[in-house]
Ligand binder design. Sequence first.
Ligand code: MG
Length: 368
Amino acid sequence: MPVLAAIETYRIAVPLKKPFKTALRTVEAAEAIIVHVTTQDGRSGFGEAPPTHVITGDTLDGIERAVHLIGARLIGMDVRRSEQLFEKLHKTLVGNTSAKAAVDMALYDLISQHAGMPLTQFLGGYRESIETDYTVSVNAPEEMAQDAADYEQQGFTVLKVKVGIDQAANDFKRIQAIRKRVGDKVILRLDANQGWDPKSAVRIINQMEDAGFNIELIEQPVPAHDIEGLKYVTDHTLTPIMADESVFSPVDAKRVLELRAADLINIKLMKAGGIHRALKINALAESFGVACMTGSMIETKLGLSAAAHFAASQPNVTRFDFDAPLMLKEDLLPGGIQYSGKAIRFSDKPGLGIDRERFLETLRERRG
Ligand code: MG
């Protein structure tokens, strides 16, 4: 019977090749709780949640506790009644979107295995493959220009540049240095991670427009709670503005969409609480004619596999920020999505396509 029998958790930490620096934090290792859900008929589903205190408020200990709290409520339920599973998942506790996302991923892995399809096909199968951008951490202008040139050399054609850490005027110099180094062919998208106030944002964005920097979009220029400020920026600039930290839930998305406070929305499973809610946010956005990007936190290839399966399945998800696994010193996950440079492909195996035995062996070894 495809009935949930057990949920267990593992902790992992994988060092980054280079510290990841944004306006909110510096990260040197990808830490995560890995969730493993098994059914009575012997199937396994996997999920992952990193602690992103400064964005979701979730910590490793908190995620682990929440996963077990949710797990205890789900045991004995049937994966063929998935709406019942997701109802219980979201009603068991408020907040804790990262823990919910990890369990949601594991459930989708199981449900699509039961259906006998790769998850992306189960969800709609819109795209066969997708391409990721690559993130330039915020540093001094020359270092960022060098990083951008390195990533372009490696074949990345879309760079996501982190800004917003100090005075907005310094960000002008950063983008100027990068444009000078990489030329006009590379697509640049910026992410201020809430680092500007509305008026400084309008000033700096207008300056970049006047200078011809040709910025594709700007993510979360102002603090997450300041929806009016976000709208002010959207209304006073020509560059498309994307809401990221301002939109966790479908209710958040509805507010931003109704106010026309942003031109685009960044959906992340860790904010939405998993694929089930991400689909709802995307459907809402689509009905307003607003396209979405899907991104991730600093996660391993497991979390990214779930995010990529979701993103590729939906026509309204048009941009992909899936570089996190490429920043890590090692890949712990046998199976899942396959990277070749910026291209991401999916295996034909049902679910997330994870080699369960080998992955469990790795997780157990790491537990010691
Ligand atoms: Mg962002």
